[in-house]
Each structure stands twice: as structure tokens, then as C-alpha cells.
Design a protein around this ligand. Sequence first.
Ligand SMILES: [Zn+2]
Length: 539
Amino acid sequence: MLALIRGQPMKRICALLFTLLLAACASTNAVDSAPSGLTLIHLNDTYRVGAVEDGTKGGFGRVVTVIRELEAAGKDVRILHGGDFLNPSLESQLWYGQQMIEAFNYMDALAPMYVVAGNHEFDWRTPEHLIDAVTASDFDWLGDNYRFATGDAAADEALRSAFTFQHGDKTIGIFSLTAHADHGGNDRAYVPIDKDYLGIAERVIEHFESTGVDAIIGLTHLYMRQDLELARLRARHPTFVLVAGGHDHEPEFSPLSDVSAAVIKGASNARVIWAVELEFDADGLPHITPERLALDTGVAGDPDYAVIEDRWRDRLLERFPFLEARIGTAALAMDAREEMIRTTESSWGNFIVDQMRVGFGKPAADLAFINSGTLRIDDFIEGDILFEDLGRTFGFSSFLRHTTVTGAEFKQIMQAGYRGEGGAQGYFPQVSGFRLCVDRSRKDGDRIVSLQVPADGGWSEIDDEKMYSLVVPDFLYGVGDGYEIPKDRQASLPASELKYLVLDAILAATAEGQTVGVAVDASNRRFHELREGKEPCFR
Ligand SMILES: [Zn+2]
């Protein structure tokens, strides 16, 4: 029994004993009540206790339904979470992630839940809220390349490394890695993070192998390319079968082969999750069958979980009774889902960035851009625009800076927005005052084919020598997201909160009886991606 419950906290042991006793009683009547197989449910990057898109997509209520169905079919279910949940959100500005902890604890009571911290768990400059979150957690926090140094012994000791759990007579090991500041992580004294992902993963894998672990899984909050690198450790370690990741907000999949573990990631807010069957062959080697589950209206939300969801909604409305107040009307359905706003030009993004240019009075600044990762609503803006749409769009405060750059400097700065392999990226920019054309087949840092500014009623290439005024979020002016903005000149202090600029613009439109938003102009896109065999830049 001791070997069976190794690595489990006390309350889990009691719950487990109770479950085993029940199972023992039940098995005297039932022919086969032992769990028939192990199913891992994987989700990542969840910011809401409820569903999105008017309740039609994602949400933990649907995840709970899936878990209950698997358990009803006799499966031994474990839940993996690839990080990013305590921040940012409207609720977290009030409750510092405690709403998420309650939701996770609910799921953990149904099936044990194992969680790696993402960068957003460390958004706070000081550790009190993290301490509160960790000490209120019934689920397990896992980490092998980081530790908690919060000064609170209970929180610091709660983080588990080289974690294992039992399924029947099989031991499954999980190594867990989170992103270092060099890769989109936060840099906080209360959580030292080591960026030697491969070295640490291999050391933990070797430890698992030496202790007779039967299957090994990586639970990560890293970029996809780093997960793919980790996955290749399978070539030397055949019991390593799966990397379940986060940080990216769109589904990812790379299949299992002899030389690579499978890699899976879900879509943000549980729009897409994964169910992975883990089985063992006659030689005791692990095999997996991953299934991608799109959670939409085809999956009903669990009515018992809905009580939690409704209670947090009521509390939110109690604190912010104006949340459902209408502030304007959308001229069209503006797609601000992350898969959209993090890959291409968006009408909601355009509306927001256009307000940035007038944030320091008139005349408007020449140029402005924002990292789409600042725009957190992950939903459509359509029909009535509610105060809530604004509150959910800006999960962070976003003060702005006004500065100047030459045309040549600006083109260099913007290269950072189109680096990497593509796909939805929080650093992908929404832009105003210019248009550009990008060729992703060229090497990083040299992908902007053309960057044009308005001239004489038309457009012309930006002038390398000329000085332009530029407005960016303070976050980007600092070190954010890979954009390097020159600091050797006069710039404004952080001022002009973007949320209020946008509110002001919506109220002004409403006062004049106008609707808000303009469709992306297909004949004059601000962002054009050059593709082989497709139309050239700026037809
Ligand atoms: Zn992240």
C-alpha cells in the first residue's frame, strides 16, 4: 500500500483509501469494477471559470462532463493542466485567481489534477497572491526547472518535483517545465527558473528510469519548438511517450514515433482539450492514443459545476453592477478570438490601435502598434458592446508611451512581430498608421518585404531617414515580447490608459448615434502575408 500511495499528500491518501475501500466493497458484487484503463485529460491556458462565445465554446463545465463520462465508463482519469490560469482576467483583478483554484479543486475531487505553472501564475510583482493560491489548492503543483521561494514554507514545499502516480501496478512519472524569462516567462525573485529544459528533462527521465517508472510524460509551459526538442529525447528513452504543453493558445499535435514523443496542446479556455489513453503492451511498454476533443454545444455543461460558475458570475456583478451596461453598438461582428487576433489583422484590434495614436492629443501620432497578447477577451464583439467587453479585453492595465523613431529603426523594430514559425502568437502586432507585407519564407529578422505609410492620398515606403512619432504600450517600450524600442531619446512617461481611450471613443460614437468598428478592408489590408502563388503585396 505504501508503494502505491508514494508521492501523494495526506488528504489525497485518505481520499484514495476511501475510494479503494469502496472499490473493494463494490468488487464483491461487481464482476469487474477496477478501472479499465488510464485516460489523461489535458487542457491549458484557461482564464475563465465559464465558457466563451456566449457559452457555446469551451469552459470547465464541459470538461467536467467529459470526465464524468470517462469515469462512468470505468476509466482511471487524471487531469493535466499546461499552465496559465491565475492571470490575466477580469475576475483575477478582484480575486487573484481564487476563482480558478475553486474550479480546479472541483475537478481535482473528480479526478486527480496535476498542474505546471505558466508565466501568468507569476504576473504579480510580490508573492502573496501566489502563496494564497497554492495553499488553497487541493490539486498538485508540479515543477522541475523552477521552485517557489516565496518565504511561505507551506507554499514553497507544495511544489512537487519528479512527480509520480500509480495506475494499478504501473508507475507513471511526470517531469514539468515552465518558461524562463528568455522565452516569454516572468522574471521574479520568488520563483527562480532554470532554462536548461533539455538537460533537466533528461536528468529527471533518467531518475525515473532508474527507479522503475513504467511511462514518462512531460507537462510543460513552453513554446512548441521547445516541446518538439524535448520530445526527441524519446530516441534514447523509450518509455517517454508524451509532452502535454501550454503557452500556445491554439491546438498543436505532433505524433508519437520511435524517435519522438507525441506533443499535444489544447486551445485556450478549453475550446479544444485532449483525451489520451495510456496503455501498456505485453512487454510492459507504454502506448498512447490521443483524441482531440472540441468542446462546443455538442457537449453539455455539467449542472453541478454550473453552481460554481454562477456563483462567481453573481459575485462579479455584485462588485461591478455596471458590467452588463451597454456602452455602444458594434457595426459588425468583430472577431477578437485569440486564433484570429494573434495571427492577422482584426477589426477590434484596428479600432483599439487607432485610439492609441490620439492618446497624446492632436495631431495624432504617425504610428502605433500593440502586441495582440494584451487583448485578452478571446471572443467576438458584436451587437451591444457591454462594459464587460472592455473589461475582458484589457486583463492588464495598459499605459502608453509616446516616442520617436526613424523609418529604418521602425522597420527593424517591427521585424520582431513576425519571427518564429507562425501560428497564433501573443507578440503578433495589431497596427495603425502604416501597412506592411511579410514573407515568412525569409529568415527571422528579415521578413518585412514592404512597410508603407500614407502619402499624398496614397501610400509610399517608409522613409529610412525621417523621424516618426510612435505610440506603444509601456510593456512593449520596456522589454516586452521581443520588440526593441530605442531608449536614447526623449519619450513620454507611461500615461493615457488604453482601456479609457477605447471607452472614450465608444462613448463618443454612441453619443453621435454611430456604431463602432469597421470591417477589415480586403483591398487595403494593414497586414498582408505573402504566400507563394498568391497575390502580391498591396494589389
Ligand atoms: Zn504562457
